[in-house]
Design a protein around this ligand. Structure first.
Ligand SMILES: [Cu+2]
Length: 135
């Protein structure tokens, strides 16, 4: 009885290890998850535009700075900094213009025209971002 139990346990452990190895193998060879096991901080900031309609204003930066949305999407900026910022179109197109966006406040703008829209913070012009609007 005991011997049988031990055999079962060993088989289970071996099988489990095999599954883990197989999963790791798949992960390495096929997946697009390149943040995999590269440390806990998500320091891999990609330069591609992200598909989201929420932008956080934090640490004197827009995050993500470059986003892509479908035409008709309302994009919301939320100021999580202690400082006041603005979301202000900066290339002359009809774009967002939040005015002073105090700490904790949100602002939304609906993009109804296809194209790329640049914006910045009027108080800190080095804070910039883009919204790319697609059909
Ligand atoms: Cu600012």
């Amino acid at each position: 009885m005991n011997k049988k139990m031990i055999v079962v346990v060993v088989v289970v452990v071996l099988a489990g290890g095999g599954v883990v190895l197989a999963l790791r193998h798949n992960d390495n060879s096929g997946s697009m998850n390149d943040m995999h096991m590269s440390g806990s901080s998500s320091s891999s900031s990609s330069s591609t535009s992200e598909a989201t309609n929420s932008v956080t204003v934090q640490n004197f930066a827009f995050s993500p700075a470059d986003i892509t949305v479908k035409k008709g999407t309302a994009v919301t900026w939320t100021n999580k900094d202690g400082a006041t910022h603005t979301v202000s179109e900066s290339d002359g197109k009809t774009g967002p213009n939040s005015g002073s966006l105090d700490s904790g406040k949100s602002y939304s703008f609906t993009f109804n025209t296809v194209g790329m829209f640049k914006y910045r913070c009027d108080i800190h012009p080095e804070m910039t971002g883009t919204v790319t609007v697609t059909n």
